[in-house]
Design a protein around this ligand. Structure first.
Ligand SMILES: NC(=O)c1ccc[n+]([C@@H]2O[C@H](COP(=O)([O-])OP(=O)(O)OC[C@H]3O[C@@H](n4cnc5c(N)ncnc54)[C@H](O)[C@@H]3O)[C@@H](O)[C@H]2O)c1
Length: 274
C-alpha cells in the first residue's frame, strides 16, 4: 500500500486546474490523471464536442470533476471570458496547463495553408497561424491567468513544448508519409521554452512556478515506414502513448516538484539523448 507521505506529495485534492487544449490526445490524458489525483479540471478548448465525447466515456467519479469551456486561445476576449467563468464556477485557480497546438486541420483553416510545406516555400500565412496558436496562445493564457493566481497566493504553470522545440526535426524519418514537422512548429515550440523561463523568473515574486514539459511523439496510427524510422531513432524503441506523460504532469503540477521552476522536463523515450 502506498504511504501517506508519498501520496500527499502528488495529491491535488480540491485544487482547480485549467487545461487549455484539454480535449486533445495528450491533453485529455492529463485531465484524467489530474482528476484522479483529486483536482477539479476545467478543459478550455476550441473543440468542445471532442471534449464532451471523451468526458462522457469516463467513470462518474472522474467525469464529475471535469468541466468544459469553449475557448479560442488566440483570442484574448475568449481567454478572459473562460478564466472568469472558471473562477465563478470553481473558485481560485491553482494550475494552468497549455497543451494545444496548431496542426493545420482544425476548423480555423483548411489545408490550403500548406502547413506541411517545405522550408523554401513555407507560406507566411501558415507561419503566422502556427505561431498565433502555439506561441501567442500560450502567452495569452499565462498573462490572463496571473491575476487569478495572485488571488490564490500562487500557482503552477506547465507549458507544452516538444522534442522539436529542443532539437531540429530529423527530416529522414518522414519519407513519403505525407507529413513532416514544419519550421513553424519547431520555432514556436522552442520559443515556449524561453517564454517559460521568463515566466519563472518574472512571476516568482507571486509564488507562481512555471515549467515546460517536452514530450516525444505519440503513436496515432502513423504509417509503418514512419513508425519504423521513428522507433529506430528512439532508445526505448517505441513511440509514446498519451498515458506515458501522466506521471510527468502529475509531478509538475503537484508538491512533488515544489522546488522546480524555469525547467524543461524532457520525456521522449531518449530521442534527444543522441
Ligand atoms: N502528440 C504528439 O505526438 C506530441 C509530441 C510532442 C509534443 N506535443 C505537444 O503536446 C501538446 C498536446 O498535444 P496533443 O497530442 O494532445 O495534441 P492534439 O492535436 O491531440 O490536441 C490539441 C488540442 O488543442 C486544441 N486547439 C487547437 N487550436 C486551439 C485554439 N485556437 N484554442 C483552443 N484550443 C485549441 C484542439 O482542439 C485539440 O483539442 C501540444 O502542445 C503538442 O505540440 C505533442
Amino acid at each position: 500500500m502506498i504511504g501517506e507521505k508519498s501520496s500527499a506529495l502528488f495529491d491535488l485534492s480540491g485544487k482547480n486546474v485549467l487545461v487549455a487544449g484539454g480535449a486533445g490526445q495528450i491533453g485529455f490524458s492529463f485531465c484524467e490523471i489530474l482528476a484522479d489525483a483529486g483536482a477539479r479540471v476545467a478543459i478550455a478548448d476550441i473543440d468542445t464536442q471532442m471534449a464532451q465525447d471523451k468526458t462522457a466515456r469516463l467513470p462518474d467519479m472522474l467525469r464529475k470533476r471535469i468541466g468544459i469551456y469553449q475557448t479560442d486561445v488566440t483570442d484574448d476576449q475568449s481567454v478572459k471570458t473562460t478564466l472568469a467563468q472558471v473562477r465563478s464556477d470553481l473558485g481560485v485557480l491553482y494550475g494552468l496547463v497549455n497543451s494545444f497546438h496548431y496542426k493545420g486541420n482544425t476548423r480555423r483553416l483548411d489545408t490550403t495553408s500548406n502547413f506541411f510545406a517545405p522550408f523554401e516555400s513555407y507560406p507566411l500565412e501558415a507561419w503566422e497561424l502556427v505561431h498565433d496558436v502555439n506561441l501567442k496562445g500560450t502567452f495569452l493564457m499565462c498573462r490572463e491567468a496571473v491575476p487569478y493566481f495572485k488571488e490564490n497566493s500562487g500557482g503552477v504553470i506547465v507549458n507544452l513544448s516538444s522534442t522539436y522545440g529542443n532539437v531540429s526535426p530529423n527530416k529522414s524519418i518522414y519519407g513519403d508519409s505525407g507529413i513532416n514537422s514544419p519550421v513553424a512548429y519547431a520555432s514556436s515550440k522552442a520559443a515556449i521554452i524561453n517564454l517559460t523561463r521568463y515566466l519563472a523568473t518574472h512571476l516568482c515574486e507571486y509564488n507562481i512556478r512555471a515549467n515546460v514539459l517536452s514530450p516525444g511523439g505519440v503513436f496515432n496510427n502513423q504509417k509503418e515506414d514512419f513508425l519504423r524510422n521513428y522507433t529506430a531513432l528512439t532508445p526505448l524503441k517505441r513511440m509514446a502513448t498519451a498515458g506515458d506523460y501522466q506521471g510527468a504532469i502529475l509531478f509538475l503540477l503537484s508538491d512533488a516538484s515544489r522546488y522546480m521552476t524555469g525547467a524543461n522536463l524532457v520525456v521522449d523515450g531518449g530521442w534527444t539523448a543522441w
